[in-house]
Write a protein that binds this ligand. Sequence first.
Ligand code: FPP
Length: 250
Amino acid sequence: MTVSVSAGLLDQIKQHGAIPRHVAIIMDGNGRWARGRMLPRPLGHRSGMKAVREVVEGAIEAGVEVLSLFAFSQENWQRPAGEVSALMSLLEEYIQKEADELEEQGVRVCMLGELDRLTPPAFAAVDRVMKQTAHNTKLRLNLFISYGARAEITRAARLLAEDVAAGRITPAQVDDAALEAKLFTAGCPDPDVLIRTSGEQRISNFLLWQVAYTELVISDVLWPDFGRRELYQAIAEYQNRDRRFGRVSS
Ligand code: FPP
């Protein structure tokens, strides 16, 4: 990829239509990328970290407000112990290396998921970067770690049930907005576009509530090869969609 190709694409998408406010990505294909090079899987994840850096920069340049990345699912805890610990170390390394840069770029980092399952050093790193960047407003980077959408919705329902049981709200006040306010993503607009890399066509328990009217874009590129150009291509594809939200075209 050359800078000029992605710069040309960036001009195109800026002129062509609205830039999505919220882009969500299921980063997939690190393992296949490594296998194709006869490398161990953790090296695929390490290369995936570089793609994260490039996509964050690309999102800022395009003017995206929220970037949500699915980094580690609750199901991923079932992977071999060596891979899980490599991913935890990579998370710590990412924060250690990138925190100051993210701060300078004006990125607010939010880690969303069942964070109490993280190793203590990973949790400490997560906590530190969230506090350090809490005041930033240029881009909100949601990193989903130990996350599953069904568990997120179940948790929201439990919190509402507790509010009802304590008399803070009545059952009649349990509506879409009340449930949304209990999700990890409370306060974020719903994703306009959900990108999945590596050609797989599944949602895989990511943001099930929030993607009700999100445009799905599948990229055949494996995550470590995904960069600005592929992000802008996905945004261009999104801009060509006719979003009706269940209504008829205008
Ligand atoms: C899916 O590829 C990717 C993951 C489970 C991990 C995603 C992690 C990163 C991109 C790097 C770390 C990122 C941060 C923010 C620290 P896969 O292993 O399922 O690939 P496969 O389907 O080809 O096996």
